[in-house]
Design a protein. Structure first.
Length: 377
């Protein structure tokens, strides 16, 4: 049996030579029609589950593990439930307000319990990196940020933008390592920004060092008065519907020798992927770009290096989040979710189980994270 690390390296060669059928062709129209039926069936199951259908986690995991390889290998077109998943949208990011309401501005106690909140590692809503032997979630997140530091070649004195900075975890960790780095964090989530503003006046936080600036706003409209040495963006581009526009913006805000590091969920299938269930209940307009999408749309930037990170990393992270989500029920069940907690809990358990299992399908070789290093074209 090959090791976790060897598998990732071996399968770096997995090629994407298969092309999606041309738009308008018979094959394309047939795939679209079947995908609509498939999506309706999936939604029917998801809504039955949310409304109380009892299915043990083990049965659900087994069913997904048995069926997902077939979709990845033979029917990837069915994993795109809507036509918009396949192409770029008009706006850089669509439906951002709905996304904040349904996801990022949910009760923060629930999210923070699920993601973890430690002295240096604040809630981080993206994969940990487990391949260097991390013993727990907190350490896996440190290893993840260490890898970003290496791959983006962060140097002391850099002026860095974190595009979609969450609760400020990545800036806080990097500021703790480099005494002269400066950071700007961009985020539309008001509640996550409140968390960071508290930290900016907490002497124990590196966000209070005077080297962190917060920009609360939508990436669609964001404008900056300065240019950056480095831009990093972690777990945000699943919310970006138009890569070309996003890269135009990033190219306009980095210095001539600046670098951009994009870390996103990716699929090594010919087409992008999404799910009707997550679009409606968890991440409106979310999509997982295929591994070739970034280099294909990087007209104003140039992809100089890319890496595929095996999906077992996200599988382990999502498993840890699900355990923490389950363990925190007593503390979070009375918060305001806009619906009954029992229903909310079933919805979120389905999300965490579904994604966690999909990342582990085919040993993590189809659905994982893509990392892309870009410079000015
Ligand atoms: C999955 S989280 C990742 C957060 C952080 N980078 C991390 O790794 O923990 C995505 C982040 O992007 C932010 N975001 C999503 N859409 C946005 C938009 N249109 N404008 C600004 N921020 C946005 C969310 O509020 C959230 O903080």
């Amino acid at each position: 049996m090959t090791s976790f690390k060897e598998r990732t390296t071996l399968n770096e060669t997995l090629s994407l030579t298969k092309k999606s059928p041309a738009k308008g062709s018979f094959s394309y129209r047939t795939t679209r029609a079947i995908s609509r039926i498939f999506n309706a069936a999936q939604m029917g199951f998801a809504e039955a589950y949310i409304n109380g259908l009892e299915i043990p986690d083990s049965v659900m995991r087994s069913a997904m593990k048995a069926s997902m390889p077939l979709f990845f290998r033979y029917f990837p077109g069915l994993l795109a439930p809507y036509e918009w998943v396949l192409t770029e949208s008009d706006r850089t990011a669509e439906g951002s307000k709905d996304l904040m309401k349904l996801q990022y501005d949910l009760p923060q106690t629930m999210l923070n319990q699920m993601l973890g909140n430690w002295e240096l590692i604040y809630p981080k809503y993206s994969t940990g990196f487990w391949e260097r032997g991390a013993k727990d979630l907190e350490e896996s997140q440190m290893h993840m940020i260490d890898q970003i530091i290496e791959r983006l070649d962060i140097k002391d004195g850099d002026n860095i933008l974190d595009f979609g900075c969450g609760w400020g975890c990545v800036p806080n960790y990097i500021l703790s390592k480099f005494p002269n780095v400066r950071f700007t964090g961009l985020n539309l989530s008001h509640r996550q920004c409140e968390f960071m503003r508290d930290k900016m006046s907490d002497p124990n936080s590196h966000l209070s060092s005077g080297r962190f600036a917060l920009y609360e706003g939508d990436l669609n409209e964001a404008k900056f008065d300065e240019s950056f040495d480095k831009v990093l963006t972690v777990g945000v581009f699943c919310h970006v519907g138009n890569l070309t526009r996003a890269f135009q913006k990033l190219a306009s805000i980095i210095k001539d020798d600046g670098k951009v590091f994009i870390h996103i969920i990716t699929v090594r299938t010919p087409n992008n992927m999404s799910s009707g269930f997550t679009h409606k209940y968890i991440f409106p307009h979310g999509r997982y770009w295929n591994y070739d999408a970034v280099p294909e749309c990087d007209h104003d930037l140039k992809t100089v290096q890319r890496w595929y990170m095996n999906g077992m990393n996200y599988h382990k992270t999502l498993t840890a989040w699900l355990e923490r989500f389950d363990a925190s029920q007593a503390q979070v069940k009375d918060l305001d979710y806009g619906m009954d907690y029992a229903k909310f809990r079933r919805m979120w358990r389905l999300y965490l189980l579904l994604l966690g299992t999909i990342f582990s399908t085919c040993d993590g070789e189809y659905n994982g994270n893509g990392q892309f290093l870009l410079t000015k074209a």
